[in-house]
Write a protein of this length. Sequence first.
Length: 214
Amino acid sequence: MIDARPELRGALVELAPLLRRAAELDPAGLARLRHGEEISTLFVRLPFGVLVSRALRTAPTDPLDVTVRAAELLRWIEHEGIPPVPRDAEWRAALPPRSGWSRVDSVPDHGVRDLVRRGALALREAAEREGVPGAQPRAEVTDALLDAIVLTVTADGAPGRAAITLRTLSALTRMGFLARGSHANVDRAGRWTRVSGRYGSVYAEEPGGLSVLR
């Protein structure tokens, strides 16, 4: 339980930016914290169907795996007060494997940002075609655009390729994971694909927003 781990507050301060962005998108959104074995990982399922995470190196301690509301965890980290209430039964999303990842390729951040800008322009043009400039197009139109594959990467000497959607790249930039002048790394483990920046990762499981095509 988090209330039995007062030392966690200081260790998890670096997770505040992710929690803040997640809470802004969904005030009732859930966050799953895995703490222990020198690594603490926070997973958040965003309201537009993307799983994201950030991992920190922390002091070794007894393992903890707990689900809470992102907003409540953020308040506890920043202001202490009442620890968040566990909501383990409410977490229904699968989690990616802890190990077994292999690098497919790396993509410069400016290339990722350019694809995201183009996607945002396509969404804006779709809204204008429907007569609602400045608003979002219909949900089915938005989903079709976000699920469009905008980047395909292939590993030298490895079978298959990772097909990455606009939804995934948008999450990577929107959550502030991709530092300027850096690279986005694409990794694969079984049926999972991970796109990671300096400050966090975005995951998808086949046959979801990212897939491994064979």
